[in-house]
Write a new protein. Sequence first.
Length: 100
Amino acid sequence: MISESISCPYCGKNIPFSEAISREIEAKLNEELHLREGNLMKRYQADLATAVEKASRFAMATATTELAFEVETLKGQLLETEGKLTQAQGIEIKLRQERQ
């Protein structure tokens, strides 16, 4: 007849066989769970780093494009203002000449 309990090798206490097996299985499952959790965490961190890098590159490209457009717009406004200034200076010179 098979014994339905086993003795603990550390304390000598009799432990039901089903409990001993379930504890062993539970320990193995916990170990596997921690291993998988660690692997998932590493993968998550790698995916997160990749996503942050991609978002950063996209933001930089978008900002560069927007700034380039803004610079071109400001250059156009500056040229227009310089043209008006030159025109106003010409008018001022004519008016001074007429007064003299």
